[in-house]
Design a protein around this ligand. Structure first.
Ligand SMILES: [Cu+2]
Length: 127
């Protein structure tokens, strides 16, 4: 009986590791990851984003390239899962595919000085 129990444990372990992988393969077969159709460069500097608002199409995959003209900032748009560091001389790529229309508010997520709280950003998602 010892041998049988060992086999059952082994099969369970294989199932635990293999099933999530199989599920992922299945998902990617029906919904391939889209590559970005366009790139939008966004600069941050004390104390604003440029541009301060962008318009995306629902279900469109876009690459955001984030950078800073002075100190370190970051762009955070929680509802769209956007979160990226903005550093001078560096580009941070964030790929986003909005699934709902609406206006989504963003802000600077890295304290950058006295005007930090005034760094607002808006993503308009349209059909
Ligand atoms: Cu800031």
């Amino acid at each position: 009986m010892k041998f049988a129990w060992k086999n059952i444990a082994l099969i369970s372990a294989v199932a635990l590791f293999a099933l999530p992988v199989m599920a992922q393969d299945g998902a990617s077969a029906t919904m391939p990851a889209a590559s970005p159709t366009r790139t939008i460069v966004i600069h941050a500097k004390k104390f604003a984003f440029d541009p301060a608002e962008i318009t995306l199409k629902k279900d469109e995959t876009v690459k955001l390239e984030l950078t800073s003209d002075d100190v370190e900032h970051s762009l955070v748009v929680p509802e769209l899962g956007i979160k990226g560091t903005m550093k001078k001389g560096e580009m941070t790529d964030v790929v986003v595919t909005p699934r709902e229309t609406g206006d989504f508010k963003g802000k600077c997520g890295k304290y950058c000085g006295i005007g930090h709280g005034k760094m607002h950003f808006v993503v308009h998602v349209v059909n």
